[in-house]
Design a protein around this ligand. Structure first.
Ligand code: TXA
Ligand code: MG
Length: 305
């Protein structure tokens, strides 16, 4: 696996790789992604194959500016405009009706497409230099933990990439918030870096839940962001248990912040570290239940399965 500093020269090389249909490990503010030319069917198919991801689980397409969406979405309604103005570039993905030119491989055969402008200078430069919209699922094997640092990219996946651009540790650390704007009522499909309350404040309506039984977002895979060791959540971490706590962690323990944002930034990195130790079990002290912790709890549930 080739990890490169994101110099202008290396981003230029990465953009050439994208244009010739290869895959590149791309840093974003949320997690690292497997970048491919979203307009190149073969490259998109290679993405699914490299991750071992089922073909019906659609990808997010990343653009550098709003005009680039013209070739991707049928329309950009007023409520999308308002969310974009407030949160882009940033950790918010919008689901909108797709244009017919967008290939079924990208959208998993759905009539809608997921789009976002990421808030990371390396990602924006790579999209810019490539001159194409870039599809990028998280750079983990299917069902694995998302990487929040270049060195977290699993070599089994990394070896399929032309290179991984090292953009440093991700600033958000959890995947983007996914909001479906394709129907009458906006719905929250995945909580993430932008909170439900922040989205609702801009839209002036409350967000609906995903339609049950509909094939949407990762809600369907209960054990999704899974480390190799089994994970258990407890009210209080025992002093001998390897895991994640809030305060004065002992040996084999990692202490995370009481602020949900900072907790989210470090959660995957902590799990990657503990997982590398090969413990028979990882134990996590339960965070508070209030609304600010929605995205963290969503991931913890999927980690436990
Ligand atoms: O933060 C992120 O969003 C990262 C970085 C790399 O941008 N990407 C990411 O991609 O998390 P991925 O593929 O791991 O998750 C994409 C999510 C999946 O849950 C997928 O089901 C959902 O977005 N999605 C994509 N297209 C959709 C669509 N048309 N309708 C509903 N959900 C969609
Ligand atoms: Mg993922």
């Amino acid at each position: 696996m080739r990890i490169l500093e994101p110099t202008i020269e290396n981003v230029t090389l990465a953009a050439e790789a994208i244009r010739s249909g290869d895959l590149v490990g791309m840093p974003t503010e949320t997690v690292y992604g497997v970048a491919a030319d979203a307009t190149n069917r073969a490259a998109v198919l290679r993405t699914f194959e490299a991750k071992g991801r089922p073909a019906d689980n659609p990808l997010i397409v990343h653009v550098a500016h709003l005009q680039q969406l013209d070739g991707l979405v049928m329309e950009f309604p007023d409520r999308a405009q308002r969310l974009a103005e407030r949160f882009w570039p940033g950790p918010l993905t919008l689901i909108l009706p797709k244009r017919t030119e967008v290939s079924d491989e990208v959208t998993g055969g759905l009539g809608t497409i997921a789009v976002r402008i990421p808030n990371h200078p390396v990602a924006l430069r790579l999209i810019d230099f490539s001159g194409v919209p870039i599809s990028a699922p998280s750079a983990n094997l299917f069902m694995g933990l998302s990487p929040t640092r270049a060195e977290h990219v699993d070599p089994a996946l990394g070896d399929r990439l032309a290179m991984v651009l090292d953009g440093g540790p991700c600033e958000i650390g959890l995947e983007s918030t996914v909001v479906d704007l394709s129907g009458e009522q906006p719905r929250l499909l995945r909580p993430g870096g932008i909170s439900r309350a922040e989205v609702e404040e801009v839209l002036g309506v409350s967000l609906g839940a995903p339609v049950q039984g509909e094939r949407k977002s990762p809600g369907l895979y209960l054990r999704h962001y899974a480390p190799k060791s089994p994970v258990r959540i407890v009210d209080q971490l025992g002093s001998q248990e390897p895991g994640i706590a809030f305060e004065s962690a002992g040996d084999h323990q990692i202490a995370l912040s009481r602020s949900p944002r900072e907790y989210g930034v470090s959660l995957y990195a902590a799990l990657h570290r503990l997982d590398a130790e090969g413990y028979s079990e990882i134990v996590i002290e339960a965070p508070p239940r209030d609304a600010g912790w929605e995205a963290v709890w969503d991931r913890l549930r999927r980690v436990v399965g």
